[in-house]
Design a protein around this ligand. Structure first.
Ligand code: ADP
Ligand code: MG
Length: 241
């Protein structure tokens, strides 16, 4: 593996006195895309909160190597848009606060929301709100991107277009990415490596290398190779539930 940019070592974490993640260790390599899968409630979002520094572990440590928190963009499971700001201002806000200039129009076009610039979050569907949150994360030009179920609620065709778009962006901008998902198709499509978590208290139960060339195109989803990995991922997820 390439040198790590994020290293999680023996992390035990949870809420109050209840343990969710137990002795979890993982490394995200420079430029690597890693999918973390596991059953509902196993602690995937908890992992994202730990990386975002919103939750402190009971023990163990989380380190960024060669980067600091300004290099990370996080998309949480709930879109967390500012209700009083329109779409384009929501997308631009964190990047502007960091002094970065961005092209909101091309980002919104990329996520299929051209023409939505002046709408407010309450005027969007759940899937549209998530796409705004994805555009907002990408607008920060992060070195490390963490995504929590980025495509939930997005319709099938838009989702496939977004897979391809995201695969291209991650590859071209050499972004290291950790995303959590419970969907084997999106995980296999995007990731170099797939980690499968078990039930609470949660440990790592499997690791699958996905040695398919990146960036990936939508046609990949019709190939046997792709299905081989999806089937493998499903078997492990089945074992973990
Ligand atoms: P996942 O994202 O894998 O579905 P979460 O990380 O959201 O799971 O939650 C893991 C476990 O922690 C669940 O049992 C959930 O009920 C519990 N949990 C999540 N957030 C809190 C919280 N703020 N306080 C107490 N328990 C929580
Ligand atoms: Mg979650």
């Amino acid at each position: 593996m390439k040198e790590p940019v994020l290293q999680i070592t023996n992390v035990t974490a949870g809420y109050n006195s209840s343990i969710v993640l137990k002795n979890l260790s993982l490394k995200l390599g420079n430029g690597e895309v890693m999918a973390v899968m596991g059953p509902s409630g196993c602690g995937k979002s908890t992992l994202i909160k730990l990386i975002a520094n919103l939750l402190q572990p009971f023990s163990g440590c989380i380190q960024l190597i060669g980067y600091d928190m300004r290099s990370i963009a996080v998309m949480f499971q709930s879109p967390l848009l500012q209700p009083w700001l329109c779409v384009e201002t929501n997308v631009a806000l964190p990047a502007r606060l960091q002094g970065k200039t961005i092209d909101t129009n091309s980002l919104l076009t990329a996520v299929g929301l051209s023409g939505f610039e002046k709408r407010y979050p309450f005027e969007l569907s759940g899937g549209e709100q998530r796409r705004v949150a994805l555009a907002r994360a990408l607008a920060q030009s992060p070195s490390i991107l963490c995504l929590d179920e980025p495509f939930t609620g997005v319709d099938e065709l838009t989702r496939e277009r977004l897979f391809e778009l995201l695969s291209g962006i991650l590859y071209n901008q050499k972004i290291s990415c950790l995303f959590v998902s419970h969907n084997p198709y999106e995980s296999v499509f995007l990731a170099d490596r797939l980690l499968v978590l078990g039930r609470k208290p949660t440990t790592l139960i499997a690791e699958i290398e996905i040695d398919l060339e990146r960036p990936r195109r939508a046609e990949l989803m019709k190939t046997q190779q792709f299905y081989k990995f999806v089937t493998l991922a499903r078997e492990y997820i089945h074992d973990s539930t």
